[in-house]
Every structure is written in structure tokens, then in C-alpha cells.
Design a protein around this ligand. Structure first.
Ligand code: AHR
Length: 334
């Protein structure tokens, strides 16, 4: 059922769904449009964070009709099963490439085997997939979230030392992202290693923030009711840091540069950097969402018959209040 690229016909999502629904014979396409464009089926995680919105915008801005692309965008709403359904639809629609931003790392072997059998290259972006067989995807591009976690922990060691607090008992509240997602695994590994290496650090709580402000707020507000000591809140993205800060505000607990609780965050979005410049977030480790041009480069290489790098990491940095200016934040793309 895969349709040729040069005379690609758009099988509408509704018609594809009818085929997937198991009708006796393939449904007739509701509408067919001849297209010379490169057709990309993009399965996106959701719209859970500012980072994710910037990532989607980067894909939309890159894969435009003017540049010769048709982008079929599917928002999985943070549900892995939605990603699998979207990918099956992309196969039926006969796309030229599937771009996958996986919610979690596991559970991909079966569906990616179906994609491979259909002869469609898969480009994985942002988070990683953990497959038995690496030939199930063509290339991956994203962040080194293990580096991000190690960087945050290295900064905290130095910061406590500067403050003369290196011997003090430090209680850390950990607001985790979606369980099993690459940024959760990498950033959590960094923190766990830091706790192992520093005898005076301990985890006072670990809650699931799911990378959203609402969930992080709810979980941190509940945790704070216990009255447990908290010196550091390690938030696995900016939106969960916003939720944690909201809960601290309501509980009347000070935080940031001049406060009682050190806030660590990841992403370095404009809103996250603004909070950092204002001294409300002590450290913000960058995670760059502008993957559209990076995925386009991989597709161009494939179109030219070249072999892209299997894994490409984006270079990133980190920010503290004294390293930021309004001009820098203003000119930032996300
Ligand atoms: O996978 C990237 C992470 O997912 C970002 O840190 C977070 O904001 C997003 O939701």
C-alpha cells in the first residue's frame, strides 16, 4: 500500500484510520492530491512544556511546503500508544520519512520493524529509543541528558563549596520527568551519582512531575505539607521548576539566590532563563529544542544518497543568574 514518492498521493487520516480499523478491503482514499514534495510523518510527544512547543515550532518552520515538504504532524498527548497508532497511519499514508520524538525509550521493536518492512527511513529526534536492533532507525539527533545531569550535580558541588556548606547535611527533593523518557533517565542518573559521591547529600523525596507545571505544582505542594527539610529542589525541566516555585510561594518558603531553597532546572527556555536572571532559579542547564534544521540536514543527506551520523549530540551549556542579561534572553529563539 506504500505509495511512490514522486507521485505521492495523500491518503487522508480518516481514510487511513478506516483501513486500520480492519475493513474487509482497503478503503478508497477520500481525497487524493498529487505531490512532488517530500512527505514527513512526525510523531511528537505532546505539548507538555515550553520546550516542546518550541520544538514543534522548529519542525513547522523547517518543513514548509515552500521548501518542498509536506509535514504530517501528530501530537501523541504523552501517550505511547498514540505514537504507535500514528506511525501505523504514516505507513498507510506512504510517507517518505518518519520522524519520531519518542515519549519513552522502550517498546519500539515491533512497530519499527513494521516501518522497516515498509521501507521507510526513521529519524529519531530528541529522546532516544532502546531497540534490540539499531538498524530499525536510520539516525538520532538530540541532547546528551547524562551530561546535563552530571553538569547540574558538578555545579551544585561547587556552589555549596563556595557557600562554605560542603559539610552540611543537604536534603534534595527530586521532581522527576516522565518515567522511562531519556531526559528523565539521564538527569536522574546524574543526581543519583551525585548522592552516591556526596555522603552529606540525601534524597528527601522523589515525586513525578511529568515535565509539566501542573503536575509538579500538585506533587511539590503535597510534599511540602510533610514539613520535611528541603535544601535543594532538582526539577527535570523548566515547567516543573515553575510548578515547584508556585508551591513554594504558596507555602511561604523562599528560594533562589537569596532564599532558603536552591532551585535547579533544565531546558533554559526564555521563561526559565528569565526566572534564572531574576535569581529565582539558581542553575538552568540547557537542552536545545531547535531540531527542525538538524532533522532536515539528515533528510538532505539521505536524499543525496549519503549516510548521516547514526547519533549526533547537540552541544549545550548552562546558565546562572550572573551569566544572563535581558539582551541575551531577548535574542534567544526559544
Ligand atoms: O525531551 C526533552 C524534554 O522534554 C525537555 O526537557 C522537556 O521540557 C520536555 O518536555
Amino acid at each position: 500500500m506504500k505509495l511512490g514518492k514522486t507521485k505521492w498521493c495523500l491518503l487522508s487520516a480518516a481514510a487511513a484510520a478506516a483501513v486500520l480499523g480492519g475493513c474487509g478491503r482497503p478503503a478508497e482514499p477520500e481525497s487524493e492530491q498529487a505531490s512532488e514534495n517530500i512527505v514527513i510523518g512526525f510523531s511528537q510527544v505532546g505539548a507538555e512544556s515550553d520546550w516542546r512547543v518550541a520544538n514543534s515550532e522548529s519542525m513547522y518552520a523547517t518543513f514548509t511546503e515552500e521548501k518542498g515538504y509536506d509535514l504530517l504532524f501528530d501530537n501523541a498527548q504523552q501517550k505511547p500508544e498514540n505514537q504507535i497508532a500514528a506511525i501505523r497511519t504514516f505507513i498507510l499514508q506512504g510517507v517518505d520519512y518518519i520522524v519520531l520524538a519518542p515519549i519513552i525509550e522502550s517498546g519500539w521493536d515491533e512497530i519499527l520493524t513494521e516501518v522497516k518492512d515498509a521501507g521507510i527511513p526513521v529519524i529519531v529526534v530528541d529522546r532516544m529509543v532502546n531497540t534490540e536492533d539499531e538498524s530499525l532507525y536510520t539516525a538520532w539527533v538530540g541532547s546528551d541528558t547524562y551530561w546535563e545531569g552530571e553538569t547540574a550535580v558538578g555545579w551544585l558541588e561547587d556552589y555549596l563549596q563556595e557557600q562554605g556548606r560542603q559539610e552540611e547535611e543537604i536534603s534534595i527533593l527530586h521532581v522527576q520527568g516522565t518515567t522511562g523518557a531519556t531526559p528523565q533517565l539521564g538527569r536522574t542518573a546524574g543526581l543519583d551519582e551525585g548522592i552516591l559521591q556526596n555522603e552529606n547529600w540525601s534524597l528527601t523525596g522523589r515525586v513525578e512531575g511529568e515535565f509539566t507545571q501542573a503536575k509538579a505544582y500538585e506533587e511539590v505542594a503535597e510534599f511540602l505539607k510533610s514539613g520535611s527539610k528541603v535544601d535543594v529542589i532538582y526539577c527535570e525541566n523548566d515547567n516543573s521548576a515553575f510548578g515547584a516555585m508556585q508551591a513554594l510561594d504558596e507555602a511561604g518558603i523562599s528560594y533562589g539566590e537569596d532564599g532558603d531553597v536552591i532551585i535547579i532546572s533544565f531546558d533554559a527556555t526564555r521563561a526559565g532563563l528569565t526566572a534564572c536572571m531574576e535569581g529565582r532559579i539558581n542553575l538552568n542547564v540547557e537542552c536545545n529544542p531547535l531540531h527542525g534544521p538538524r532533522v532536515e540536514k539528515i533528510i538532505s543527506q539521505l536524499e543525496a544518497g549519503e549516510s548521516p551520523e547514526k547519533h549526533s549530540y547537540v552541544e549545550e551549556t548552562y546558565f546562572t543568574p550572573d551569566s544572563l542579561t535581558p539582551e541575551f534572553i531577548e535574542q534567544r529563539q526559544y
